[in-house]
Write a protein of this length. Structure first.
Length: 136
């Protein structure tokens, strides 16, 4: 039996998980699929995907800049634009950036959005922090 929200999509979980016994891939559906897509979009650098060079908005080129109003505005615009072009199932209502409370070098990216087909409001908080090879 199909879910009443199955029109929101179904895709591989991120990161991909494989099950040896069933010889299958873990799948996610509905709002979870949208959240996974947003996470992939936020963690992919532009030009990282050969066939889709404009995909992504990983803000690593802004790593050493101070988190002032100019940077916040620029980064929020970059995220909104990437979502506009690459995630057609939602409308972004707000992108907010804040410094992490306990950790130095963490920026919390809060994306508030409305799912177009259901008109339901959701949000996602993505912690952008230094990782291997990158310093924030």
């Amino acid at each position: 039996m199909e879910s009443e929200k199955s029109f929101l999509g179904r895709g591989w979980a991120f990161p991909p998980e494989f099950n040896r016994q069933t010889k299958s891939v873990k799948m996610v559906e509905e709002e979870a699929d949208i959240l996974n897509s947003l996470e992939i979009l936020l963690t992919t650098r532009r030009n990282e995907r050969i066939m889709l060079p404009a995909f992504g908005c990983y803000p690593d080129e802004l790593l050493f800049k101070p988190l002032d109003l100019t940077l916040k505005t620029s980064l929020a615009d970059q995220i909104k634009t990437a979502i506009l072009y690459h995630e057609p199932r939602i409308d972004v209502t707000r992108v907010q950036l804040e410094k992490g409370v306990d950790s130095d070098g963490v920026v919390l990216i809060k994306v508030e959005f409305v799912i177009r087909k259901t008109n339901s409001r959701k949000n996602m908080v993505y912690p952008f922090y230094k990782n291997e090879g990158n310093e924030l």
